[in-house]
Every structure is written in C-alpha cells, then in structure tokens.
Design a protein around this ligand. Structure first.
Ligand code: ZN
Length: 384
C-alpha cells in the first residue's frame, strides 16, 4: 500500500456501522474512545445531510430498529456485556444514543429553518418595482370601421342580418340573378368546396349578397337590413386584393322606394363616414355613375370627392378628384320573384361595399395586406 497517498475521506456512517458491528471494547479506556468516536460520527452524519431525503436516510441508518447503529450497539455492547461491565456499557450506549438523537433533531431544525428562509426569499415582493401593465388592446382597425359603418345604418333604422360563409351556388349565384352561364360567375374567382360526389355544390361566399336572399325569405316586406361579414375570392394577395376580406351589404324594401331613397341613404352614409362630423353639415361630395350588377337594375357606383386632395387630383384618386366607394342599385325584379315578393307592389334598393377599402380610405392606408400582418406597431395606432 502506498502510504504517501492521502487517506480516502472518512464516511462517518460506514465507520459507525463497522464499530457497532464489533464486540464491546475490552477495557474502560477502549470503551471511552469508541464512545467519543461514535458521538462524533453521529454529529458528522447529521451535519452532512443536505436535504430532507438525506436526513431521513441518516435517521434510518442510526435509529432504525433493524440494523441501525444504535440497535447494533444495544445488541453487541449491552446484551453481550458480562455482568460486571453492564453498567459501563449501558452508560456508553446512552451517551451515544443521546448524541445521535440530539444531532439528528438539530439537523432537522436547521433544514426546516433553511427551507422556510428560502420560501420567504422566493415569495418576496419588491414593492419598489413598477407595476406590470397589461396592454389594453384596441379593436382591429377593420373591425372598428365595420362597427362605425354598422352604427350609421342602425341609426337609419336598419337591422343586422347574418348568413353562412359556406354557401350553396343557389344563394351565391342563381337566386341573385346570376345563372350558370352568366359571365359574372367566372369573373368572381370562386373558391368551391369539394363536398364529395352527389353532394350539393358548396362554395365560400364571394359576396354578402346571399344574405339579402336569406333575409327576404325569412321576413315579409317592408324590410331594412345590413349584412356585414367575411367573403372569399380566389385572388392572389397584393396591395389591393386579399383572398379574404369583409363586405357590408344593405337592402331596403318597401312600397314606393325610388332611386331618390337610395341616393339619400348612401349620401347620408358618406357624410357620416367621411365627413368632418358637423351636425347637418354636408362636406363630402358624392356622385353616382351608371354601372352594371346582375341583381340590380338600374345599377350605379357611388364615388366620393377625393379625401386626400379634396378634388384637386392626386395619386390616390388617379388625378380624377373622385374615389369609388360602393356599388348599388334598385333591386332587380327577378330577386323579388325568387323569394316570393310581388315585384309589382314592392321596390327596393341594395348596396355593397368592401370594409377594408373604406378603412383604407378613412385611415389613409395604401396596402390592404397591412391589416392582416399582425404587426402591433401598425394595428395599435388606430382609434378604437
Ligand atoms: Zn385625390
């Protein structure tokens, strides 16, 4: 054996177990030395326990009824001692037992104190830190504009109608006077659903107009409804196109409704939406140009005087001074026939517009994709 090598660190438990397994030391001096060593080892074992688990193991090793250090001492020292040495052996045993129990109890106390201190440190609240403020999110600019548009028509006595975004070809086209051969079907870049063989043809609605048909089927005239909602087109995203966008559609049906009512309602909308907001003040110019839609006759598009150059001509209005805002017209009698309204008695007008387009005009945004970017720096700068 290489005597210059350092001794391995003493394992107090292994040493105590070895000592306890040996017979009672043969003389008083040997007994006293063994007693002192055992007390020191008990102390060391208790002190070495770093956590509850280690302390429990140390307790078991020392105090365990079977094979514990004290149990062995009882057997090897007390029980085996000849009568004249019983007294000394008993005293030695008691000394070691007391030392072990008090060392283990002290270690348990210290561990409990340490974990309480750690918990206190963990749960400490630094009241000098600034409060964590949860950001209060505004409505998405498209939704905020949609609400403003909706409010304007609610004040005019319209109510909100809703319909499914997955539609049948009947509601999206046929009932709106767009038969299968009609070129408008192709021009709308429809997204069809594959519903399986034999299933009715389903598609993502290309406009909110099917809601007009559904609303008229559900209620007898007179009727004033708006239908806001998502629509879908097979368009590649660019600055002015998105495969999903929002429309707001409107329909008014009554006796004696004329083109004048249409112009009055939509001009009022333009003043409220784009005007400076003075009571009764008309500071937004509007004009109606003839147009074509299968479901209205006559049809028109409404322009407003350019909001950016006030009519002088700029890039936004392509130097024309006017910006197109919506399509409209008098409801085609074919629609009334499709829903069972008498076209000889009832007349009405309908209009539809892109909500994103209105939002772009109202906020001066030049790229529709910004609305869908999820960029909070952009989205959070609009008034709610
Ligand atoms: Zn302009």
């Amino acid at each position: 054996m290489d005597r210059s090598a350092p001794l391995p660190p003493l394992d107090p438990l292994a040493a105590a177990q070895t000592r306890a397994a040996a017979p009672l030391p043969s003389d008083a001096a040997g007994l006293q030395a063994a007693t002192q060593e055992l007390c020191a080892w008990a102390e060391a074992a208790a002190h070495a326990a770093e956590d509850e688990t280690a302390l429990r193991a140390a307790r078991d090793a020392w105090l365990g009824r079977k094979g514990g250090v004290l149990a062995r001492l009882k057997q090897n020292w007390l029980a085996a001692a000849p009568p004249p040495r019983k007294r000394d052996a008993g005293q030695a045993y008691n000394t070691v037992a007391q030392a072990a129990e008090s060392a283990l109890a002290a270690a348990a106390n210290e561990l409990a104190g340490r974990s309480a201190a750690r918990r206190l440190a963990d749960e400490r609240v630094d009241i000098s830190l600034p409060a964590r403020r949860a950001p209060f999110g505004p409505a998405h600019p498209v939704l905020a504009i949609l609400r403003r548009m909706t409010d304007i028509f609610l004040r005019l006595g319209y109510s909100v109608a809703e319909g499914p975004e997955i539609e049948t070809a009947y509601y999206n086209f046929e009932a709106l006077n767009i038969p299968a051969h009609h070129p408008a079907r192709a021009s709308q870049d429809t997204l069809y659903m594959d519903a399986g063989p034999g299933a009715p043809e389903l598609l993502l609605r290309t406009h909110t107009s099917p809601v007009q048909i559904r609303a008229m089927r559900q209620a007898a005239p007179p009727l004033r409804v708006i239908a806001p909602g998502k629509v879908y087109r097979n368009d590649a995203p660019d600055a002015t196109h998105s495969p999903m966008f929002h429309q707001l559609e409107g329909l008014a049906v009554d006796e004696h409704i004329t083109l004048r009512d249409l112009k009055g309602a939509l001009d009022h909308f333009a003043q409220e939406m784009f005007g400076a907001g003075g009571a009764g003040e008309r500071n937004v110019r509007t004009r109606f140009r003839p147009s074509y839609f299968p479901f209205t006759e006559p049809s028109a598009e409404m322009d407003v005087g350019c909001l950016f150059c006030r009519g002088a001509g700029c890039r936004a209005c392509k130097q024309s001074g006017w910006i197109e805002v919506l399509g409209c017209g008098m409801v085609h009698p074919a629609l009334f026939r499709a829903v069972g309204y008498d076209p000889e008695r009832w007349t009405g007008f309908a209009f539809g517009m892109g909500v994103e387009r209105i939002a772009m005009l109202a906020y001066g945004v030049d790229d529709i994709q910004r609305f869908y970017s999820g960029d909070l720096r952009f989205l959070s700068q609009f008034p709610d």
